[in-house]
Design a protein. Structure first.
Length: 124
């Protein structure tokens, strides 16, 4: 498109670049959404296991009463898996979606882990 003003100035609009940005394929794949759904299920299971169902106990107490070593190490392993998997999802979401849509820089795993831990701290 060519728009002419008085004198020799011309402004050219390139709709080609704009249409290429609008027609890009989605940056979030179905596999990411499936992983995010399983993370949500994992979070719900964690909440069920460690939130009190009655005034005296939580469901994880059954494991702890059976063997306290397995109860403590298992609880730590579940929490660590929750945090590290959440950081991987945070990094993937940031680099594949936010960096593309909002034009932010990409982040590494350590930064994603920091974001995840800050969010977890703020929700406690």
């Amino acid at each position: 498109m060519d728009i002419r003003f008085s004198g020799n100035r011309r402004i050219f609009f390139s709709f080609n670049i704009l249409s290429q940005k609008m027609m890009r394929e989605s940056v979030l794949k179905k596999s990411f959404c499936v992983l995010l759904f399983f993370y949500l299920l994992y979070a719900a299971i964690m909440q069920f296991l460690f939130n009190p169902q009655s005034s005296k106990s939580v469901p994880w107490d059954l494991v702890y009463n059976w063997n306290w070593v397995v109860g403590v190490l298992g609880g730590l392993a579940l929490a660590m898996l929750f945090i590290f998997f959440g950081a991987a999802l945070c990094k993937s979401f940031w680099n594949n979606f936010l960096a593309d849509v909002i034009q932010l820089r990409t982040i590494n795993y350590d930064e994603a882990l920091s974001i995840t831990l800050v969010i977890l701290i703020l929700t406690l």
